[in-house]
Every structure is written in C-alpha cells, then in structure tokens.
Design a protein around this ligand. Sequence first.
Ligand code: SF4
Length: 85
Amino acid sequence: MSNGQITTRYIKLLQSIHKEGGVPCERLPDLFFPEDLGSTELRATATKAAKALCHSCPILDACYEYAVETDQRHGIWGGTSPEER
Ligand code: SF4
C-alpha cells in the first residue's frame, strides 16, 4: 500500500470518528500504546483496559480494518494488539 493510499485510509477513519462524535481512545491515548509503558504489569493492565474501551467504540470494525490494511505494528487498534492482527 502506498503512502498516498495510507493517507486516504486514515482520512476516511478520521471522518468516521468525526461522524460518530469521537471515540474512546481520544481521551486516553497513552493507554492505547501500552508497549511504551514501563513494566510488564502496567502494559498488561493498559492492554486489557484499552481493548475493553475499543469494544464500546462505534468504529471498531473500521479501525481494525485500517490497522490490518496499513500494517500498524504498535498499539491497540480495533480491540486487538499487534500480535493479534
Ligand atoms: S476501536 Fe480504534 S478508534 Fe475505537 S477506541 Fe479502539 S483504537 Fe480507538
């Protein structure tokens, strides 16, 4: 996928977020990148919490598809960790 295609996909994802009036990860962005946290326990707790928030997100499926199609290798996207995508 080219950078232009990735940008187009990202813009579509942002439009979906805007249409829904926001998504849970906007309020706690650090939680959705647990690999940046300092301890194994913190990473596990953040991962579980982020996934739970994703499951209440109105664009869960679109977010997951974006992450897979654009090969996102960091963070929780669409309720999944990098290892699960
Ligand atoms: S599904 Fe995507 S957009 Fe929704 S809260 Fe999770 S990471 Fe954020």
